[in-house]
Design a protein around this ligand. Structure first.
Ligand SMILES: CC(=O)/C=C/C=C(C)/C=C/C1=C(C)CCCC1(C)C
Ligand SMILES: CC(/C=C/C=O)=C\C=C\C=O
Ligand SMILES: [Fe+2]
Length: 555
């Protein structure tokens, strides 16, 4: 039977006792044509039947793009579903669906996007049940993707690309449409979250790119319609989502600052909790993500700031839609969730981060909160990572040690009115090869004291994070998983039901291997050893963020 609907597998126990951790077991279902639905994309990068999994080189920006790693090649068909061959032993408690979003399609015929973040969203699903796995992927049907497919060209403003004037509107029209937001992309290629009410939402940094999907069929169900009047064009790509709430930040480019907003589960109405005014610079700092504690929202203001001028330019600038303003200072603000009041605003050393890992409160003997600790994947205040994520760099520099150093940056924000906060490395970055990004933690510890973070690290020489790392923030050590030629995506922590210990569970990552194969890798989160891999029968590009939908979570 199809995993997810079948009964327990006979002999499962015997197999698990005898099998070595890498023992091969037949897939739940043979990979017969009947198990597969494949729709070659008509206008975008058509995939003639019978072509090999990895294409021969094609012209600049073409799908082959000079050979290179399969992680940076467009997904070959719009959709697929089928049983996966499992090597090793999947835990029987692992019962639910892992979803991963990311920019998996960078080519329109012979035209190729330039930056990793430009690609059209590819949603990947691996459903686990009874030790078996079914995989699937599907392109998200955003307006931007549908228009590109229909016209064979870029029609909306993506992360680094702007449509040619004849592709959307006249230059004047573009200016007008930028302010109305109509030319901005809704290509929801960054994250995927499961809201407390069960809706599954794909996200990017444009608010219109909030798209509801069906986690089983991967169907695009439609835009997430925010029913409030808050407006805004862009928000943090990473809301903080709990069973009860959804918190996000909306940067204000006109009057530099941020709105902190909350949406209760079961509603589509965001409410303004408070506002943070920027302390420096002509525009707010880029907020790809932010952390919360139990009682506070932490609002970062980094010197890498949005730039209205760059938003309008046709050609990408070195920092895309952003500008580096070292002179403007770097800040961390803290807002009380209950009152919306800013209770601290401190200057900190310069920093560059996409991803906050977590934050928590420090208290004195009387239980008063004295400081906030906030951890992030910090790129040593160096913006060069953005350029390193250009596809041409990723494709051409494999094997060269060009990945800039990164670390777990730990902020300490005093709440006693002091004007300065601290930023230090939480552990020696050599523990994880001086690569650090794409993190997850045990969701039960969001906003609370925690010990473990899972992320991508580096095994040098490398041009991109190529390991999975489990960081112990108490012992200040890391355990690393590495396989030559592998490009693994974010290790997503899934707790074992009933677990008490913080690291009782698994970390799941999708790996694009050098030989063009791809698999979902399941690591025991405690030992960080592989317990199983579920193999896709085709190449899967790199992808970004994930979520976990437990089975019957809405029952
Ligand atoms: C994939 C990822 O990590 C980031 C994606 C960011 C995007 C798509 C940003 C898009 C933007 C525009 C289309 C115009 C306005 C500015 C900005 C938010 C950068
Ligand atoms: C993939 C990435 C950084 C890798 C470098 O260490 C950042 C992705 C950001 C968007 O989600
Ligand atoms: Fe992200």
């Amino acid at each position: 039977g199809r995993p997810g609907s079948g009964a327990a597998v006979p002999g499962r126990l015997a197999t698990s006792q005898q099998g070595g951790s890498k023992g091969k077991r037949a897939a739940a279902q043979p990979l017969a044509a009947s198990a597969v639905t494949e729709t070659p994309a008509p206008a975008i990068a058509p995939a003639p039947p019978g072509r090999p999994a990895v294409d021969a080189p094609r012209r600049r920006g073409g799908r082959g793009a000079g050979g290179g790693h399969a992680a940076w090649k467009s997904v070959r068909q719009e959709r697929w579903e089928g049983a996966l061959e499992v090597e090793g032993e999947l835990p029987l408690w692992l019962d639910g669906t892992y979803l991963r979003n990311g920019p998996g399609l960078w080519n329109l015929g012979d035209y190729g996007f330039r930056h990793l973040f430009d690609g059209y969203a590819t949603l990947v699903r691996v459903s686990f049940r009874n030790g078996r796995a079914v995989g699937a992927h599907r392109q998200i049907e955003s307006d931007a993707y549908k228009a590109a497919r229909a016209h064979g060209k870029v029609c909306y403003r993506e992360f680094s690309e702007v449509p040619k004037p004849d592709s959307f509107l006249s230059a004047v029209g573009q200016l007008a449409s930028l302010f109305s937001g109509s030319s901005l992309t809704d290509n929801s290629n960054t994250g995927v979250v499961r809201l407390g009410d069960g809706r599954v939402l794909c996200l990017t940094e444009t608010i219109k790119g909030s798209i509801v999907v069906d986690p089983d069929t991967l169907d695009t169900l439609g835009k997430f319609e925010y029913t409030d009047k808050l407006g805004g064009l862009i928000h943090s790509a990473h809301p903080i989502v709990t069973d009860a709430e959804f918190w996000t930040l909306i940067p204000d480019l006109i009057r530099p600052g941020y709105s902190v907003v909350r949406m209760d589960a079961g509603t589509s109405e965001r409410r303004l909790v408070g506002r943070v005014d920027c302390r420096g610079g002509p525009a707010p700092g880029w907020v790809h993500s932010f952390p919360v504690t139990e009682h506070y929202v932490v609002v970062p203001e980094m010197p890498l700031r949005y730039c209205a001028k760059n938003l309008l330019r046709a050609e990408p600038t070195p920092l895309y839609k952003f500008e580096w303003h070292l002179e403007s200072g770097s800040y961390m603000h803290v807002m009380c969730k209950a009152s919306g009041r800013v209770v601290a605003s401190v200057e900190v050393p310069p920093y560059v981060t996409f991803h906050f890992i977590n934050a928590y409160e420090e208290t004195d003997e009387e239980g008063r909160v004295t400081a906030i600790v906030a951890d992030c994947c910090e790129h040593n205040a160096n913006t060069s990572i953005l350029d390193k994520l250009r596809l041409q760099n990723l494709r051409s520099s494999a094997g060269q040690d060009v990945l800039p150093d990164a670390r777990v940056g730990r902020f300490r924000i005093p709440l006693d009115g002091s004007p300065f906060g601290e930023l230090e490395s939480a552990l020696d970055p050599d523990e994880h090869g001086r690569g650090m990004d794409m993190c997850s933690i045990n969701p039960a510890h969001v906003g609370k004291r925690y010990r473990y973070a899972y992320a991508c690290g580096a095994h040098r020489p490398c041009n991109f994070p190529n390991t999975l790392t489990k960081v112990d923030l108490v012992e200040k050590t890391a355990k690393n998983w590495y396989e030559e030629g592998a490009v693994p995506s974010e290790p997503y922590f899934v707790p074992r039901p009933g677990a008490v210990e913080e690291d009782d569970g698994v970390a799941i990552s999708m790996v694009s291997a050098r030989d063009g194969s791809a698999y979902a890798l399941v690591l025991d989160a405690k030992t960080f050893q592989e317990v199983a891999r579920a193999k896709f029968p085709y190449t899967m590009p790199y992808g970004l963020h994930c979520c976990w939908v437990p089975r019957n979570s809405n029952a």
